[in-house]
Design a binder for this molecule. Structure first.
Ligand code: HEM
Length: 298
């Protein structure tokens, strides 16, 4: 899968991502809810196309993955099991189609990885597909909304990017470092042997829960860690994790965020929040932080 997501291969997707962004912006008029019209649409269309999910099934994908990352509230374990079942059903159909008729897409590459080298079991293949569908858009969609809040709530930040779009790649990295996403420390790692981290003894078999947002604000690593600084030259943040499980979709997420922001500052330089930032509603009780809607005008 990592081969399918190399920076070089992902860069080839840029023209298509640009087309999707332009079409989404062509289809809206002020005032608009940017969360549903753009932030969620872009990543679900991109990952949907990459995996060959037919357009009419993308709404189902979005709803099911929303259930998967919800927690508590009104979502029950049965809802989660049902959502997982629906996604698995859709993917199984797609996998069977690619086996019968290979296409030039990511899913065919994954199917081939299983069939040729017997490296992925059927269940692994299915779970990878679910991880890609869910990981491929919930993260990017929520962060897109949160990034825009950070940029539009403070006019100077937005006008800095309008005046200097060349800052956008470093602004995206800084926003990735600065803006929290996952609401819980859920990246469990199990210690293989006794060790010590930061003066804390950890025994083999202990679970260690990693809080990435905390690491991203570590004052011993980032000067003025609590400030958003688009000029930060060295920015080794861990928003995409670290080590063997480092986010496989990072080049794609970066590309989507860069193309979207670059297009927004060019096409809608007057973009602004249509409500006061303190009146924005943030989702409660889910695994990921994000606005429920993002009313904007221009
Ligand atoms: C800005 C958006 C994104 C963020 C912040 C993000 C963050 C992360 C993080 C922190 C991990 C590591 C999890 C761990 O250590 O256990 C991860 C893994 C993963 N991400 Fe992302 N991700 C993003 C976008 C994407 C996209 C667009 C895709 C797919 C196209 C994707 C697919 C995955 C997959 C499949 C894994 C599991 C990798 C593995 O376990 O080897 N992510 N992501």
């Amino acid at each position: 899968m990592a081969k399918a997501f190399t920076v070089r291969r992902v860069e080839l997707l840029q023209p298509r991502i640009q087309e999707i962004v332009d079409a989404l912006l062509d289809g809206i008029a002020p005032p608009a809810d940017f969360a549903s019209a753009v932030a969620w649409e872009l990543p679900v269309q991109v990952i949907g196309e990459l995996l060959g999910v037919p357009p009419e099934e993308r709404r189902m994908v979005r709803e099911c993955t929303e259930t998967l990352v919800a927690s508590g509230g009104t979502v029950t374990a049965a809802d989660v099991a049902e959502a997982r079942g629906k996604l698995a059903g859709a993917l199984n159909t797609l996998i069977a189609q690619r086996r019968a008729e290979p296409a030039d897409d990511l899913l065919t590459a994954l199917v081939a990885a299983r069939d040729d080298g017997d490296r992925l079991t059927d269940n692994e293949l299915l779970m990878l597909g679910v991880a890609l569908l869910a990981g491929g858009h919930e993260t990017t969609a929520n962060l897109t909304g949160s990034f825009l809040v950070e940029l539009l709530a403070d006019r100077e930040r937005w006008t800095a990017l309008v005046a200097r779009p060349g800052l956008i790649p470093s602004a995206v990295e800084e926003l990735l470092r600065f803006v929290p996403l996952v609401t819980v420390a859920d990246l469990a790692r199990i210690a293989q042997e006794d060790l010590e981290i930061g003066g804390q003894a950890i025994r083999a078999g202990d679970a260690v829960l990693v809080q990435l947002d905390s690491a991203n604000r570590d004052e011993s690593v980032f000067a003025s860690a609590g400030e958003l600084d688009f000029g930060r030259e060295v920015n080794h943040h861990v928003a995409f994790g670290f080590g063997v499980h480092h986010c496989v979709g990072a080049p794609l997420a970066r590309l989507e965020l860069r193309v979207l922001l670059t297009t927004l500052v060019r096409r809608l330089p007057d973009l602004r929040l249509a409500v006061s930032a303190k009146d924005l509603e943030w989702r409660r009780g889910g695994l990921m932080r994000g606005v429920t809607s993002l009313p904007v005008t221009w």
